[in-house]
Ligand binder design. Structure first.
Ligand code: PLP
Length: 420
């Protein structure tokens, strides 16, 4: 009996819902990350770090919705904030008090933020950041990195075509300052924006090597380009984000994901001189509008996250637990020719043990073992991302981590036998 047949046999209700969905949704889903074989399971309810599907199976959630779920499911602080919005109303067509409150808390945490602007998603925040940077510099090209993922319309990969918006992108190699210098030499005074993740997230949880981000800071200063850190995933690394931990300050920063407490949210912020381009009365001044920029559910949930959930202590503890779990998982994985990459509470599992500094280092690895590992973990009640994406959340405990490691070990034994 194949893995897929066993998976399907255990999930008749999910299967029926998926088959029905296929008649109205391409591949039966509206998110490409959930487009996996034989079909994604449908969740009935979630609480803390536990998911229950419509066929009655329970899973420990070690995916955390690709890093949205830092606080776990239904956290009390967010529930209260949303309940208050339900009582008071939303979509006013005017401002609500939480907007400036969230902005102030972010500017206090991040040294590089003078002003911020909200959007509906991380993608949109990055689109605004690129536009602001190009207007500011008066240039046209954006320097990005192979494997860099900045949203569904801003995904830069040599190997994977995407529905990108047309940007004049120059593609360099992550962790390779020489490739960046070569690009500035090739297009003098044309690159206005360098857009980089402090760790490649969707590109494989690949950490930046020491000196890479500081090197980009120096090059941007010399060349008159605007440095943008996409911290949609990495801002969870500390109270002041990855930039606070590493001491490298970009001109602009984007955030989103967990910051909206599970509601669609994006933030673009940074230097006053650049952000003021979208303030009325400036010269020149550009309009950046968006009906849901001040979506009250997102902004109120974010205020609750910042006030009650994302404390220095909780973020530091999450980071430390992530470092520990990754170390333990890596030791197990290496026995089978796999490895764990990542930083703090974001982990990548890869079916190769060669050193990984950029996404192309993973290109030749056979994907079959990682798909099988995903299914074997699911079969043992552990939900991760189909491509080896693991993120930590606050409701997990040393006990759930031990269950994760136990399931990993027995899954690896099956994968090793099947893929030998
Ligand atoms: N930037 C990074 C680093 C991301 O990981 C993502 C989403 O995965 C985005 C931007 C896009 O955010 P959203 O999906 O909210 O548009």
């Amino acid at each position: 009996e194949s893995t897929y047949q066993r998976y399907a046999a255990k999930r008749p209700v999910s299967k029926r819902l998926h088959m029905d969905a296929r008649s109205v949704l391409p591949s039966g889903t509206t998110r490409s990350v959930l487009d996996f074989d034989p079909f994604p399971f449908t969740v009935a309810s979630a609480a803390g770090c536990l998911l229950t599907d419509v066929d009655g199976h329970e899973y420990l959630d070690y995916l955390g919705d690709y890093s949205v779920g830092l606080a776990g499911h239904n956290p009390q602080a967010v529930r209260q904030a949303v309940a208050a919005v339900l009582d008071d109303g939303w979509s006013f067509g005017t401002v609500a008090a939480e907007e400036a409150e969230v902005a102030r808390m972010l500017c206090e945490r991040f040294d590089s933020l003078d002003l911020v602007r909200f959007t509906s998603s991380g993608t949109e925040a990055n689109l605004v950041a690129i536009s602001l940077a190009l207007k500011w510099s008066g240039r046209e090209k954006v320097l990005v990195f192979d494997g860099g993922y900045h949203g569904g319309f801003l995904s830069f990969s040599r190997g994977r075509p995407s529905l990108n918006v047309p940007v004049d992108a120059v593609l360099c190699d992550y962790n390779d300052l020489d490739s960046v210098r070569a690009a500035f030499d090739q297009w003098p005074e044309q690159i206005g924006c360098v857009l980089v993740e402090p760790m490649l997230g969707s590109g494989g949880r690949i950490q930046s090597v020491p000196g890479f981000l500081a090197g980009l800071r120096k090059i941007c200063d010399e060349q008159g380009a605007v440095l943008v850190f996409d911290e949609v995933q990495t801002s969870r690394m500390s109270y002041g984000g990855a930039q606070g931990l590493l001491g490298v300050h970009p001109d602009l920063t984007t955030m989103g994901k967990y910051l909206g407490g599970g509601f669609g949210f994006g933030v673009v912020g940074g230097a006053e001189r650049i952000l003021l381009q979208i303030a009325r009365g400036q010269q020149p001044s550009y309009d950046h509008s968006g009906t849901f920029n001040n979506n009250r559910f997102s902004v109120s949930a974010s205020a609750a996250m910042l006030k009650s959930v994302l404390t220095r202590e909780s973020l530091d503890a999450l980071f430390q637990r992530g470092e520990q779990l990754r170390g333990q998982a890596d030791a197990q994985l290496r026995e089978y020719g796999f490895q764990a990459t990542g930083w703090g509470s974001l982990i990548g599992i890869h079916p190769t043990d060669i050193p990984v500094a950029r996404t192309s280092d993973l290109a030749d690895a056979d994907r079959r073992p990682i798909e099988l590992l995903f299914h074997e973990l699911l079969d043992r009640g552990i939900y991760t991302g189909k491509s080896g994406f693991v993120t930590l959340s606050l409701p997990q405990t040393p006990e759930t981590d031990a269950r994760f490691l136990e399931a990993l070990e027995s899954s690896l034994q099956v994968v090793a036998r099947a893929c030998r």
